[in-house]
Design a protein around this ligand. Structure first.
Ligand SMILES: Cc1cc2nc3c(=O)[nH]c(=O)nc-3n(C[C@H](O)[C@H](O)[C@H](O)COP(=O)(O)O)c2cc1C
Length: 364
């Protein structure tokens, strides 16, 4: 059913403007009569951040920005869904065109700029899920014109904690001017203190809600030292490494499209994202788990991400080029790796190559 839907839709979606194709994919998911996902092999199950994941393959933030289709995505076999980025107030984002495919590179550039229907709309949908189950994380961000960005995050944690499996504090989008400055040590310390405090405040009603921090792959290693140190001292529950990059690797073939402003994702992001993941893993010293994102488009890249330090992984751009079959392909590859290694769960793979990855030459 999924394969059929995918094969039918993909050539058609690829022929459209990328943003129109995305809008149509969301509409199709809203109305497709998808059966529940088949049960995953229990060797893929993990307990991370105090939550039970049936498998480690999530869909990254930015696909379902307004929490329109989390249950359809769970039915497609994802182990978890991260909706958002959601901003407090609705905002249109940047003018179109703002989403570009680098076909020859299997990459994407976006400068959407947090187009969001706002917190009220998303909250209403998520509250309507009731006890639908499944891990649904909520990625939150500040409005572009906000006078107090830290207050935006605090407000969103307070409002969404009750309907979120976890909340991601996204301070790494390159498309909201100044947002990434929140990664600077003094600002970040204040932000995380207030965010964690807000989480504690609402916990008696909302329950314990893990708070994750999503970082840019473009941090210097000195900045990463600071960010990890602050995340540890403020006791966040995990980090996502990471968002899109402002870098343009010299290997890119689509040189004209590569000049578009925005964040690059997909296959060309993999080497940098994987290196930053391993660098983060060695600094975190097992204090909290990591989610790895950036350039996963095969079973091999998914396993490499886990071996570099990810307890869970997220995909987005890979789906554009490989289709929904990618999810099953990754799960099968992970099971095969477990068989080959004589393991009955993924734990021993997590971070197994982190030290080796950090010893490689810096990726171009
Ligand atoms: C079109 C598009 C929109 C995105 N929007 C968001 C977003 O709203 N919030 C966020 O934290 N990340 C966003 N991302 C980044 C992804 O969540 C992910 O971190 C990044 O694309 C790397 O993964 P990938 O190479 O598998 O795409 C977006 C990515 C793309 C391609």
């Amino acid at each position: 059913m999924i394969g059929f839907f995918d094969r039918l839709a993909r050539p058609f979606l690829r022929a459209l403007d990328p943003e129109d194709a995305h809008g149509l994919a969301i509409k199709m998911l809203k109305f497709a009569p998808l059966p529940p996902a088949p049960r995953d092999d229990k060797r893929l199950a993990l307990r991370v951040f105090g939550l039970n994941f049936p498998n480690p393959v999530g869909i990254a933030a930015g696909f379902d920005k307004n929490a329109e289709v989390p249950d359809a995505l769970l039915r497609l076999g994802f182990g978890f869904v991260e909706v958002g980025t959601i901003t407090p107030l609705p905002q249109p984002g940047n003018p179109r065109p703002r989403l570009f495919r680098l076909d020859a590179d299997h990459g994407v550039i976006n400068r959407l700029g947090f187009n969001s229907q706002g917190a009220d709309a998303a909250l209403k949908r998520l509250a309507g899920r009731g006890s639908a189950g499944g891990v649904v994380g909520i990625n939150v961000g500040a409005n572009k014109d906000s006078a107090d960005r830290v207050a935006d995050y605090v407000q969103l944690i307070e409002r969404f904690a009750a309907v979120a499996s976890y909340v991601t504090v996204n301070i790494s989008s390159p498309n909201t001017p100044g947002l990434r400055n929140l990664q600077q040590a003094s600002v970040l310390d204040d932000l995380l203190a207030r965010v964690v405090d807000a989480r504690e405040r609402v916990a008696p009603n909302a329950g314990p809600t893990p708070v994750l921090l999503k970082i840019a792959p473009d941090l210097s290693l000195g900045d990463l030292d600071d960010v990890v140190g602050i995340a540890r001292s403020r006791r966040v529950d995990g980090m996502i490494v990471g968002n899109t990059t402002l870098a343009r690797p010299p290997s890119l073939l689509e040189t004209a499209i590569a000049k578009e402003a925005g964040g690059l994702s997909g296959r060309p992001l993999f080497p940098l994202a994987n290196r930053m993941l391993a660098e983060t893993y060695v600094r975190v010293e097992g204090v909290f788990p990591l989610i790895g994102a950036g350039g996963i488009d095969s079973g091999a890249t998914a396993l490499a991400k886990i071996r570099a330090g990810a307890s869970l992984i997220q995909v987005y751009s890979g789906l554009v080029f490989r289709g929904l079959g990618l999810v099953a392909e990754i799960k099968n590859a992970l099971l095969e790796a477990l068989e080959d290694d004589g393991q009955d769960n993924l734990t021993d793979f997590i971070g197994a190559d982190a030290a080796a990855v950090t010893a490689e030459p810096w990726p171009q």
